[in-house]
Design a protein around this ligand. Structure first.
Ligand code: CP
Ligand code: NVA
Length: 309
């Protein structure tokens, strides 16, 4: 078995490893706030390839800037720039990139593409979002929760919307970091039984499923939502019709814990899944959440590339 440190999904890593990565993210952030050059040599001489088969603002900029702040280099690749877009296999792409660079971050469609890349690479592969999961986002999100409210274990976090890639990674985090994650989703876009079975079998954390947002957020210390249509969804109008009652607005936030946080991975569609009043209001920590992508991913890169503190 390969001992390469891939960051493929939250459920594929153990709690201790995830906690170590988060602790390091906190330390990296604190050092960076004091001195922007605090870790300027951590990944000196290393190169990260970034493959984007879908658009990105945060993931692209945070990985590129983060890698440079650690002394490394990046190569950004889009399908049209690559032979991958003209039929070269993922396996061959993995073998070739392994000879040139030290790690690859990939944002793509089906998760099987990331797994195939990892199966054929001799360097770390990082999942920068698939149709199914978004693990780097959730590391930044847990970091943000803890920064504002302390340890997440035993706490209650609520999701309202479809059970999309971000929700699934949050569910993985609930198990690994041991907290209650309540999902309010319409039946049409509900929580897969396999995810519930997995969480139950793991025996830590708790997934609670409902189709009523007001039930999910009752007393919750964090309320989260995401765009009604993810990048790979084509049934945009149908989703809007079904998901409208799942909007996070002031009335819904009033039912949560009085000091509840509001999180959103962004990009937000103001007036759809969240109102201006909430995203710009006192509960919202979305800009800290976005910033923490930078710090959390630096820690992920350092872990993957085996960098010593
Ligand atoms: N949240 C997030 O991953 O944003 P981007 O799509 O802009 O990378
Ligand atoms: N669920 C969204 C997340 C974007 C960062 C999507 O996949 O489009």
């Amino acid at each position: 078995m390969s001992n390469v440190r891939h960051f493929l999904d939250v459920d594929r890593l153990d709690s201790q490893t995830l906690r170590r990565i988060l602790d390091r993210a906190v330390a990296i952030k604190a050092a960076f706030k004091k001195d922007r050059n605090a870790h300027a040599d951590l990944l000196a001489g290393q190169t990260l390839a970034l493959i984007f088969e879908k658009p990105s603002t945060r993931t692209r900029v945070s990985f590129e800037v983060g890698m440079r702040q650690l002394g490394g280099n990046v190569v950004v690749l889009k399908p049209d720039d690559m032979q991958l877009g003209r039929g070269e296999t993922i396996g061959d792409t993995a073998r070739v990139l392994s000879r040139f660079v030290d790690a690859v971050m990939v944002r793509t469609t089906g998760e099987e593409r990331v797994h195939e890349l990892a199966a054929h690479a001799s360097i770390p592969i990082i999942n920068g979002l698939t149709d199914q999961t978004h693990p780097c986002q959730i590391m930044a999100d847990v970091m943000t929760f803890e920064e504002h409210r302390g340890p997440i274990n035993g706490r209650v976090v609520a999701w309202t919307g479809d059970c999309n890639n971000v929700a699934v990674s949050w569910a993985h985090a609930a198990v690994r970091f041991d907290f209650e994650f309540r999902l309010a989703c319409p039946a049409r876009y509900g929580v897969p039984q396999a995810l519930l079975d997995w969480a139950k079998a793991e025996g830590t954390g708790r997934l609670v499923v409902t189709d009523r947002p007001e039930e999910a957020v009752r007393g919750a210390e964090c309320v989260i939502t995401d765009a009604w249509a993810s990048m790979h969804n084509t049934d945009v109008d149908e989703r809007a019709a079904i998901l409208t009652p799942y909007q996070v607005n002031e009335a819904l936030m009033d039912r949560a814990h009085p000091d509840a946080l509001f999180m959103h991975c962004l990009p937000a569609h103001r007036g759809e899944e969240v109102t201006d009043g909430v995203i710009d209001g006192r509960h919202s920590v979305v800009w800290d959440e976005a910033e923490n992508r930078l710090h959390a991913q630096k820690a992920i890169l350092a872990w993957c590339m085996g960098a010593k503190a």
